[in-house]
Design a protein around this ligand. Sequence first.
Ligand SMILES: C[S@@+](CC[C@H](N)C(=O)[O-])C[C@H]1O[C@@H](n2cnc3c(N)ncnc32)[C@H](O)[C@@H]1O
Length: 201
Amino acid sequence: MSSYDKKFHEKTKNEEPRALAKKLMEVLANPSRIIDLGAGAGVDAKHFIENGHTVIAVDRETTVLEDLKIELSNKNINGLEVVKADLYEMKLPQVDCVYASFSLPFCPTQLFEQKWHQLESQIPNGATIAMIFFGKNDSWAEWTERFTFHSKSEIETLFKAYDLLYLEELENEGTSMRPNGEIVTKHWHTFSVIGRKKSII
Ligand SMILES: C[S@@+](CC[C@H](N)C(=O)[O-])C[C@H]1O[C@@H](n2cnc3c(N)ncnc32)[C@H](O)[C@@H]1O
């Protein structure tokens, strides 16, 4: 998996930040400490740092993230910490925001509920979350042994302890990368969510 991830990171490292990363910048107090789970090539992490935040970028494959860290520190920018870890198994540090773009669905459907509970229960009250999930009309939807897919009502249930600031459901034709690096077309169905965990009084 790791050589695929590295290839994917090399391919995406010069892309624009995700729309959700830009949207998050409109609602997040500055400066915040953000953890980016499944940070990939670090494009969004870099965008957050450029907007005055600090970032802990977590991924199971961190070669390209380490290169980004060196590139930034050569410019005297020190807001990036890189952590090589399984995002579902790690102990979450104290953060203001948990960001996860196209990473949380990389979990077998059978394991998602338990893994989500383990992760979500560590998110502090008052923290902001911004996350992208896969929907059930996605063309990968039969690969439940690798991924997890949600309906809109399941997403709303996942976030019932949150004030939802933004929920966008999107279906579009796009591309994905095969393990051999080939780019193929696919139908994407996604939910992008921004929310704030309610404080229990
Ligand atoms: C599709 S990429 C998305 C990368 C980036 N967030 C983006 O939006 O472009 C999924 C990323 O999640 C990472 N990933 C998937 N499952 C993971 C896990 N259990 N622990 C850590 N990283 C994981 C992969 O290595 C990859 O970098």
